[in-house]
Design a protein around this ligand. Structure first.
Ligand code: GLN
Length: 473
């Protein structure tokens, strides 16, 4: 069993293709592992015991799906009491495409309520544990997806990234996590948090698996007007990376933005490239530091509008009340958790008549400036490198009473989200206590193939996967 679940998605596809295993045997091996391990890790909210397979490239190999992505007939809770019993009548476009190409959905993974958070501690159900150290958070909001992949309870998982929710948990759990270009994957069926930022992403233990999954779900969709018609590519057909012809911008940050071990790791990461002959140049961005503030205004504003649909009438929870006004109020009061309420309040405030220009409008202007500053880099450089997180996975409970500290988890990921750029977490090394340290690479819009190619180049040199396979527990 252990032998099967430790294999990569593409390896499992090949084994099934050669007739050495069936897709169902692979599926059952993962179910078995979930049965053994998940009471400890708590990555899944719902497990799908039924193996349903349509013939296709993905050969029935399972995929875990974040629980804010709609799955027909399978509960989709968004980690919220509001949707505790909600069963969508349809599949998200990403899900239906994967299923039509032979993918299977093994379960739904835990998240911060409505994807608002950086640790899964905002889930209304439970906190997922980091498989490397179960006293620590797996990151978030796609923490369940990251923990499932890192603990061999799924070969790949879908997440969603609004400000960092795929890359940050990937960094905390020592795996790869790609947030594609905004519009590369249809958002139809991804429960809306901040629509101008939300994007489905993929988490896996190696870049090739991400490329295969991306290829099988990307592309324009008539159900999502913001999906892009730019042609998709065979993302798993990697480009040969020639260091001496590859220009990389190394982002510089104030010392206090990184823990001391992250600072050292970042220097090693830069060295890694320079030793191999990449063309490196240091760059300081003037507006980067405003990203976090701009994001929290824009994301909360959009969230306050998007979440108005949970009124106690149309979806999920309905509180007992004698009149309609009380019904709205009580349903929202009982259905939403603290962080979600906080975001709705912040958003409603920024959008209110007296403050709209001062907050929301100003934020959209600064967003354009930040995006433009990043876009300018890509006129000259192929990639941008930087850390993924300010520090390694923190202890459960450590930041619970300080939302601002929690928000800083996304300091290095948010600006790419604001500009819609693709970016990936690379598991780079382990710190002295054996916890993973993640680094980031970003590229210009729609350069996912290039981004995955350089990630594969790195994995072949760093061989981080051996750390995971070496097996913690
Ligand atoms: N941690 C950020 C937030 O809380 C990002 C979340 C996300 O990307 N979904 O909003």
């Amino acid at each position: 069993m252990d032998e099967i679940v430790k294999k990569n998605y593409f390896e499992l596809m090949a084994l099934v293709d050669r007739g050495e295993l069936t897709g169902e045997e692979v599926y059952n091996a993962f179910l078995h592992t979930i049965d053994k391990k998940d009471h400890e890790i708590k990555a899944y909210l719902t497990i799908n015991k039924e193996y349903e397979y349509k013939k296709g490239e993905l050969k029935g190999i399972p995929i875990a799906v974040k629980d804010n992505i709609s799955t027909e007939g399978i509960k989709t809770t968004c980690g919220s009491k509001f949707l505790e019993n909600y069963i969508p009548p349809y599949d998200a476009t990403a899900v239906i495409r994967l299923k039509n190409n032979g993918g299977t959905i093994i379960g739904k993974t835990n998240l911060d309520e409505f994807a608002m958070g950086s640790s899964t501690e905002n889930s209304a159900f439970w906190t997922t544990k980091n498989p490397w150290d179960t006293e620590r958070v797996p990151g978030g909001s796609s923490g369940g997806s990251a923990a499932a992949v890192a603990s061999f309870q799924a070969p790949v998982a879908l997440g969603s990234d609004t400000g960092g929710s795929v890359r940050q948990p990937a960094a905390f759990c020592g795996i790869y996590g790609l947030k594609p270009t905004y519009g590369r994957i249809s958002r139809y069926g991804l429960v809306a948090f901040a629509s101008s930022l939300d994007q489905i992403g993929v988490l896996s233990r190696n870049p090739k698996d991400i490329a295969i999954i991306l290829k099988n779900m990307a592309g324009v969709d008539s159900m999502d007007a913001t999906s892009s018609s730019v042609k998709t590519e065979d993302y798993d057909d990697f480009i040969n990376i020639e260091p001496s012809r590859t220009k990389i911008a190394v982002l510089k940050f104030p010392k206090e933005s990184l823990s001391s071990e992250m600072k050292i790791a970042y220097d090693e990461y830069i060295d890694f490239y320079s030793k191999r002959g990449f063309i490196l140049e240091e760059i300081e961005l003037k507006y980067w530091e405003y990203g976090l503030f701009v994001y929290y205004i824009i994301a909360s504003s959009e969230a306050s509008a998007n979440l108005s649909r949970y009124d106690g009438i149309r979806f999920g929870k309905r509180a007992k009340a004698d009149d309609i006004e009380t019904l709205y109020l009580k349903s929202r009061e009982e259905g939403f958790g603290r962080e979600v309420k906080r975001r709705i309040l912040m958003g409603t405030y920024s959008l209110s008549a007296g403050f709209f220009d001062e907050y929301y409008m100003k934020a959209t202007k600064v967003r354009a400036v930040i995006s433009g500053e990043i876009k300018n880099i890509f006129n000259v450089y192929d990639f941008v490198i930087l850390p993924t997180t300010p520090e390694v996975a923190f202890k459960i409970g450590e930041k619970n009473d300080n939302p601002i500290k929690m928000y800083y988890s996304d300091y290095f990921t948010i600006p790419f989200s604001l500009g819609g750029f693709p970016a990936i977490n690379i598991p780079f090394k382990l710190n002295d206590s054996g916890l993973p340290i993640g680094m980031q690479i970003a590229s210009n819009h729609f350069k996912e193939r290039e981004l995955l190619s350089i990630s594969d180049f790195l994995e072949k040199e760093i061989k981080f996967e051996n750390n995971i396979l070496g097996g913690f527990r």
